[in-house]
Ligand binder design. Structure first.
Ligand code: 1GP
Length: 244
């Protein structure tokens, strides 16, 4: 079976863009989850990401529910070690390289590493970079880190290069869930030019135009969450746009 990472690599080789929908386990439950999955079956995103800065619901149970009714790969996008579940298809092993909080650079990883290893789950080391978005986001607050200023493209580029040199297999440019403004296109463009690993972009993408701009600037994978909690039907429109 193809791994999630090799799926990403072959998509890039064939100049295809990828679409991930994000489910926050606390915000998408019961009938909302059922509706969300039904729409996902129509929209066929490449991945369902699961995670959040602060969650109380069991990630395990949510993945079980998703897997009962659809075959779209589930990828963990955890806000902390407690969100790990061996039931997912892969784990983004996130290191918050834009910040200087050791807990999110290595601490949470040490706590979860033995469980991850034992589970045998595909683990994709990901350099996670917060970019300032106009207001304080949950991820900034919860991680107790500062985002890279929007106009400091050079710092974003140097951080992404450092992430790749440290062995990260993906770089994720994040404005934060529900961000007022998405990651600036000049940062996406500049980072893309300086790295050779796949580039994920998410946070504050609400319209086809937002997504189109991120794709044109060089995003390989688009992540959309917040707006789909309010208007899940948009998933079908976004899916068509990203995949054509
Ligand atoms: C957040 O990048 C994701 O971690 C998605 O952001 O919820 O704003 O779409 P939104």
């Amino acid at each position: 079976m193809k791994t999630i990472y090799s799926h990403i690599q072959s998509a890039i080789t064939s100049h295809k863009k990828l679409f991930a929908v994000l489910i926050d386990p606390d915000k998408c439950v019961d009938k909302h989850l059922t509706h969300f999955i039904a729409l996902a079956q129509q929209a066929q995103p490449d991945f369902i990401f699961i995670g959040g800065s602060l969650t109380n619901q069991s990630t395990d149970k949510m993945i079980e529910k998703i897997k009962k009714s659809c075959t779209i790969p589930v990828v963990l996008f955890p806000g902390s070690a407690s969100q790990f579940s061996p039931k997912a298809d892969a784990l983004l092993f996130l290191s918050l390289i834009s910040g200087r909080n050791p807990d999110f650079l290595i601490g949470q990883h040490v706590v979860s590493a033995p469980f991850i290893k034992k589970s045998g789950i595909e683990t994709i080391s990901t350099g996670y970079m917060l970019i300032e978005s106009g207001s304080t986001t949950s991820v900034e607050y919860m991680s107790n880190t500062r985002a890279i200023p929007r106009q400091k493209t050079g710092i974003a580029v140097a951080t992404a290069i450092a992430g790749e040199l440290l062995g990260n297999k993906l770089i994720y440019l994040e404005a934060g869930s529900g961000a007022t403004q998405p990651v600036p296109t000049q940062i996406i463009e500049a980072v893309k030019q300086h790295i050779s690993v796949p580039l994920i972009v998410g946070g504050g993408l609400r319209t086809c135009n937002d997504i189109e701009q991120a794709l044109q600037a060089g995003a390989d994978i688009i992540v959309v969450g917040n707006i789909l909690e309010k208007n899940p039907e948009l998933m079908v429109e976004f899916g068509k746009m990203i995949k054509t």
